[in-house]
Design a protein around this ligand. Structure first.
Ligand SMILES: [Zn+2]
Length: 205
């Protein structure tokens, strides 16, 4: 089991989505890395039998500015709609750039412009492939009283990590692929090097 955490507060915030979506923002005490991760309850999250959960890592450039270097913004949009429909949570983890931080991520983009893929660029900067740790995600779920989730993801690594922390994942719900000229090589690298279940055509449109 992950270390104990507890719900600190729950506040309903209306969002500008589909003419108004009620989202319950949930904060926590006792998360192992001390960061301000947040769970966002959508739809019938309180009463659904097995909540649909999306673990989303913060991406300032993608989530806020719709950067075309990655697919995070589109993924987050899709997650909000799907989770609202089926009831569940978005766990929004404050681990920018897969844990390397915003400035390092932007440095990695500079290397990608020189032809390195996303994983090679991180290696060149001295970072492991993926520094994200899903213990905090498991802590959040356990403190929400949830030990079984349907996971909205294309990344089998997330399922394995959650299982290590006693979260059952009876179903993985795949997400759409959002391919553009700007993120084609990024997505291709995710498929080839991180075993993501996405179909990426050999050439972008
Ligand atoms: Zn991103």
């Amino acid at each position: 089991m992950p270390k104990d955490a507890s719900v600190r507060n729950k506040v309903i915030i209306p969002l500008h989505k589909e003419g108004g979506t009620e989202a319950t923002f949930i904060t926590f005490s006792g998360l192992v890395d001390g960061k301000e991760h947040i769970a966002i309850g959508l739809g019938d999250f309180d009463s659904v039998e097995i909540p649909l959960v999306r673990i989303h890592s913060e991406c300032l450039t993608g989530d806020v500015f719709a950067s075309q270097r990655c697919d995070c913004g589109a993924q987050l949009e899709e997650a909000i709609l799907k989770v609202k429909e089926e009831g569940g949570y978005i766990l929004y983890l404050r681990q920018e750039g897969r844990g390397i931080g915003l400035y390092n991520k932007i440095d990695a983009y500079a290397l990608q412009l020189e032809g390195y893929d996303t994983f090679e660029a991180n290696e060149k900067l001295g970072f492991a492939d993926d520094l994200r740790d899903f213990e905090v995600a498991a802590q959040m779920l356990h403190s929400l009283g949830t030990s079984k989730v349907r996971l909205l993801s294309n990344n089998p690594n997330k399922v394995d990590q959650l299982k290590q922390y006693q979260i059952e994942v009876p179903e993985m719900v795949t997400t759409g692929a959002y391919i553009s000229a700007g993120n084609h090589s990024y997505l291709k690298a995710k498929v080839l090097k991180a075993n993501h279940h996405i179909t990426v055509p050999s050439k972008s449109k």
